[in-house]
Design a protein around this ligand. Structure first.
Ligand code: ZN
Length: 102
């Protein structure tokens, strides 16, 4: 088992785990319910973690994680057709289906 991603936000951790599983990578989330221990153990140790079961899939998993975290650091974009604000990870406006401007 290899740790490939950790974040204080469980939703992000679950999203990464789901993306990896969709790519055929078997994952396990640890510390999902460890937040209750905050204050007694160092806070980083209570963050939920994504672990990859097979060492042969770690490289692929890390590439997917890098792609996801890169997308999450890019700014939202505004649709030029309907002015809707869309997350950086979306290639099409969720409101009107127009493509993301390049
Ligand atoms: Zn739009």
């Amino acid at each position: 088992m290899t740790l490939v991603y950790t974040h204080e936000n469980l939703t992000l951790v679950v999203n990464v785990s789901t993306a990896l599983q969709n790519a055929g990578i078997k994952t396990q989330i640890k510390n999902q319910y460890a937040a209750g221990g905050r204050g007694e153990i160092p806070c980083f140790e209570t963050w939920p973690e994504v672990w990859v079961a097979s060492q042969f899939q770690v490289k692929q998993a890390k590439e997917i994680v890098a792609q996801i975290t890169l997308e999450s650091t890019q700014p939202d974009w505004q649709c030029t057709h309907c002015t809707e604000l869309n997350g950086a990870a979306f290639d099409f406006c969720w409101h009107c289906d127009s493509p993301k401007p390049r």
